[in-house]
Ligand binder design. Structure first.
Ligand SMILES: Nc1ncnc2c1ncn2[C@@H]1O[C@H](COP(=O)(O)OP(=O)(O)O)[C@@H](O)[C@H]1O
Ligand SMILES: [Mg+2]
Length: 227
């Protein structure tokens, strides 16, 4: 039997805004095995980002369980979750989320540093990551000097800093035009070949085609999957 990377059962997430309770996830069950490439689609507000946040330990469930690499994430405090994220998860967001005051190189080096690489290897590791996404020639440029597609490639380099076994990407081509998005699709395709476990929220047909399994979320429930 293959190793279970994600095991979510009866997963519920509610947000409270004043008197209003929003049911973002409703009794959701999902299992993901090592090396799988999973896509999640569904209209805006369906719960895609919430689900990725829970799987990545950025937020906690209201009820139910989300067990990732054997850790039942709802039971841990923020310190442990930070350690967990650093060890296991690379995040990529729709809006890149680079640090605007750091260059492309520094954005990546910062993540490598956080991941605890030995000092003398931070430089070469960061250079190699930028090379991997084809941006070694833009190392000294700040995010504002890079196109959206280039910023997202830096974000992927950063996500890979600690060679995490799980990559979570939230609409990574959502802000990019079709042609620019293609470079991102290539990077994601390479992760699949390398055997990383990848979970992507996306509507991009090119990414959906790469997926081993596709899930559709609707109002916090999985309503369709083509297993
Ligand atoms: N921090 C939050 N506070 C309150 N409501 C939220 C918050 N984040 C998401 N929601 C709500 O939860 C639901 C699911 O949102 P989200 O997970 O962002 O969906 P998607 O990523 O599919 O667009 C939506 O109704 C959204 O408005
Ligand atoms: Mg979202």
């Amino acid at each position: 039997m293959k190793e279970k990377v994600v095991l979510a059962s009866s997963l519920c997430k509610q947000y409270q805004i004043g008197d209003l309770t929003i049911q973002a996830l409703r009794n959701l069950d999902i299992e993901v095995e090592k090396g799988e490439f999973i896509s999640i689609h569904g209209q805006s507000g369906a719960g895609k980002t919430t689900l990725l946040n829970l799987i990545g330990g950025l937020d906690k469930p209201t009820s139910g369980n989300v067990v990732v690499f054997g850790h039942d994430l709802g039971t841990y405090d923020e310190d442990f979750l930070a350690t967990f994220r650093c060890a296991y998860v690379g995040f990529v967001f729709q809006s890149y989320n680079l640090i605007s005051t750091l260059t492309a190189f520094e954005n990546v080096a910062f993540a490598v540093e956080l991941a605890g690489w030995p000092r003398e290897r931070i430089q070469s590791r960061s250079e190699n990551l930028l090379k991997l996404v084809g941006l070694e020639h833009r190392a000294d440029h700040f995010p504002a000097q890079l196109s959206g597609g280039e910023q997202q490639r830096v974000a992927f380099a950063r996500a890979l800093a600690n060679n995490p076994p799980l990559i979570l990407a939230d609409e990574p081509t959502g802000n990019l035009d079709v042609k620019t998005g293609l470079e991102i699709v290539h990077i994601i395709a390479r992760m699949k070949v390398e055997g990383k476990t990848v979970i992507v929220a996306t509507h991009d047909k090119r990414i959906l085609e790469l997926a081993n399994r596709r899930f559709k979320l609707h109002e916090g429930r999985i309503i369709e999957s083509d297993e």
